[in-house]
Design a protein around this ligand. Sequence first.
Ligand code: NAP
Length: 538
Amino acid sequence: MATLVCVPIMVDEFAEAEADARQARDLGADLVEYRIDRVFDSFEDDHAVRLIEALVADSPLPCIVTCRPTWEGGEYDGDDSDRISLYERLGLAERPPRYIDVELAALTRSANLRQKVRLAVEHPGQGKGLSTSLVLSMHDFEQRPADLNRRWLAMLGEDAARVHKIAYRVRSVRDNLELLELTREADRPTIALGMGEFGLLSRVLAPKFGGFLTFAALAGGKGTAPGQPTIGELLGLYHFRSISASTKVYGVVGWPVDHSLSPLVHNAGFEAVGHDGVYLPIPVPTGEDEAASDASFKATVLELIEHDGLDLCGLSVTLPHKERLVRLARERGWEIDGDAARIGAANTITVDRENGRVGVANTDAPAAIESLEEAAGSVAGKRVAVVGAGGVARAIAAALVERGAEVVICNRTRSRADALAEVVGAWACDLEELDGRGLTAVVNATSAGMSSGSDRGAMAVPAGVLDRMGDGTVVFETVYSPLVTPLVEAARERGLAVVDGATMFVRQAAAQFRGWTGVPPPLELFDRIVRERLESAS
Ligand code: NAP
């Protein structure tokens, strides 16, 4: 059975809840969950009960009714027995809810309550011919429950439960794998979801593991648990309806990754060429402790690759893990391409599951060279200035030297420029000394001009250098957010040829895509998606 998409609706105003349910239906949801925790101070309020009956009866989609108590992360702090009586009444209504959700903890703490719940739902021993089924749930908004196995066994023992739901805050991407395993091994329809910023994997990949449903918020800020994607993201970005047991998994490992453009590009690309794959952000944080950061990156990448049901076939690796990846590849004896080996940093993992081979590559460097050569012609024998001495400067400078360019490196901190020049076989000079004449291109490989952070509005290449550049000199910007940086603007004002950061971004993604799918990447589509997103963000 296909995994359902359920939109949770926190009911405050009934008219608004009805409108939300209609919107959920129009956006493609299969089910809504009415969270009625806030509706009652007391269930003696017959008016409110009748409104709930009407909401359920007129629901545009089949529904789950849930009155979540405060002790399980909800907002209802009334009597347990009262809310179960309400469920009973709803179950006997002419148009009852498809499901009610009751917590395992409520059932195990009182035999009386358990009896009441069993009377309110259909199950083999129930003679009333009810059509409402029980979702038996457990939640932990803080962590993975220490007694997870014991609770899981208790859930399995409750024969009145038609659906099991288990949701807890996951502390890392790896924690999702246990939830996906639970789903895969379950004896009945199961919802197993990770809450919080690391839980997206379990939510989006539910269909791959046979999950019963996943929750999706109507809009940002309208979810009922941390980490719920919106229905637009689930259906539009991740193509949830196309995910099945055979779907290959890809992702971008970084920190932070929530604003990465890569999921947009690769998921659209997979759909365009008919590749059965899904691409997800995979946040792997780093901290002060370098050894702990190394260990966390390594454990995540290895567990994802080695998991037999996940079918992980490729990862993009971005800041701050690119150098870690090369260290890990060397340790594991994976194949490392020439640019990655030379630069000591890589941004791509390709997993050949059939032959048990893993390869890492650096697609940033060839993407930069390709973008530059398209505008400036072959760089062999030409003088190119690289401004910056960080990771991107290193990748571009090394690749330029490798392809025969004469490279001069300038950086705000001169000593770093000297060090980089020595490593890659270039020479260094102060920015003020940089002579625009005789340059084929100047590359901004600093973060100056980025829309986030303190470098917004800054320009690492002095205007004087641009002024002295001859016709045909190319200004190559690596920063892509914003699309039009102060440098791009200044270069255009002077009539210089410009290659912007989106061009390089699209090409590095395209090279990854080609490596993973074996088919030509839809370059124009990638370019359009990236530019539209960046333009709308500016
Ligand atoms: P990084 O390792 O942190 O290096 C940052 C560099 O920027 C350093 O050389 C630093 O100089 C310099 N810098 C920072 N602020 C500056 C300022 N206000 N004025 C002058 N110089 C400044 O960063 P990275 O990994 O190399 O990334 C650099 C940029 O590349 C990123 O910001 C990103 O936008 C871009 N990028 C683009 C793509 C793409 O596909 N288009 C891919 C990856 C990265 P000091 O040494 O003096 O600190």
